[in-house]
Ligand binder design. Structure first.
Ligand code: NAD
Length: 269
């Protein structure tokens, strides 16, 4: 599914909406920020569903867990076409990640729940115990046979030295990035904790997600059903728009920076 982007709001509207969002944040006791690929596009990482995104260039069928474990050719395609040059160490957090980290420094952040595998919230300075990576992380690679773990940087070196499909040095088992592929279960503990945080928060802030990938996309509904307010910052529509208190159609970096600046002013004034 490809969503058309709507035109971002003008500066005056953004300012007005940012003011309202900052008011909600100032009054909230437990804020959960929920992020998707859209929070990282300004770091140069394409999302999935925007035009020019990953689904414009790759077939989703090549990303199922079942095909990954059963077909050497699928593993080769993923390593060579996708993982080898993706999320290099030069990718850096953008103003949206920094603004979310600032929310933590302002003692306003309960946690970040992210669908992203780029770990940029951690790089931006949100502590590990406050980041729930629902779909895993590209920083690590695990052997499916013996469980040995490798840093992704080490495996990328091997790929760039000419290996086609890397395998485990210890047992020659299949190596897989620590990310959740289609058809694979989400890590139970992470999902359970994220669900509980969503249900307990009083403000749930979606940043850069189309909210169509399940079960992650259920979380905003759990929060609202439990009484939380909902802010959505996203360039295109989402299935939860009708339940949001504030919708901001703007770039995540610009919107979050402005909201957090206003929040900081309110807290210091
Ligand atoms: P998605 O591609 O379905 O949706 C991204 C949304 O962000 C779109 O609605 C788009 O309009 C919006 N968007 C794009 N750039 C934006 C910006 N600068 N500011 C505000 N909004 C912006 O992504 P999703 O909802 O996260 O779900 C798809 C899956 O993509 C997830 O499972 C995730 O694991 C995976 N993914 C992760 C990365 C990453 O780690 N950076 C990148 C691509 C995909």
């Amino acid at each position: 599914m490809l969503f058309n982007r709507e035109k971002p709001v003008d500066d005056q509207t953004l300012d007005r909406l940012a003011e309202r969002a900052a008011d909600l944040m100032a009054g909230a006791k437990r804020i959960v920020v929920f992020t998707g690929a859209g929070v990282s596009t300004e770091s140069g990482i394409p999302d999935f569903r925007s035009p020019g995104g990953i689904w414009d260039r790759f077939d989703p069928d090549d990303f199922t867990y079942q095909k990954f474990i059963s077909e050497a050719e699928t593993r080769r395609k993923q390593w060579q076409l996708l993982w080898k040059d993706r999320l290099t160490e030069t990718v850096q957090p953008n103003p949206a990640h920094h603004a979310i980290a600032e929310l933590h420094r302002l003692h306003k952040l309960d946690c970040v729940i992210t669908q992203n595998v780029d770990s940029l919230h951690l790089t931006a300075g949100v502590p590990e115990d406050k980041v729930f990576e629902l779909h895993g992380s590209m920083r690590r690679v695990t052997c499916l046979q013996c469980g040995r773990q490798y840093p992704m940087a080490e495996i990328k070196k091997r790929l760039h030295a000419g290996e086609d499909v890397p395998d485990c040095e210890a047992c020659h088992g299949i190596l897989k990035p620590d990310i959740v592929l289609f058809g694979e279960m989400l890590p139970d503990r992470v999902l359970a904790e994220a669900t509980s945080r969503a249900e307990k928060c009083d403000l749930f802030v979606v940043v850069g997600s189309s909210l169509v990938v399940y079960p992650a996309a259920l979380l905003p509904g759990y929060a609202v059903d439990s009484g939380a307010r909902l802010i959505i910052i996203n360039l295109s529509e989402t299935p939860m728009d009708g339940r949001a208190n504030i919708i901001i159609r703007a770039k995540a970096g610009e919107a979050m920076t402005r909201i957090i600046q206003k929040l900081a002013e309110k807290m210091s004034g």
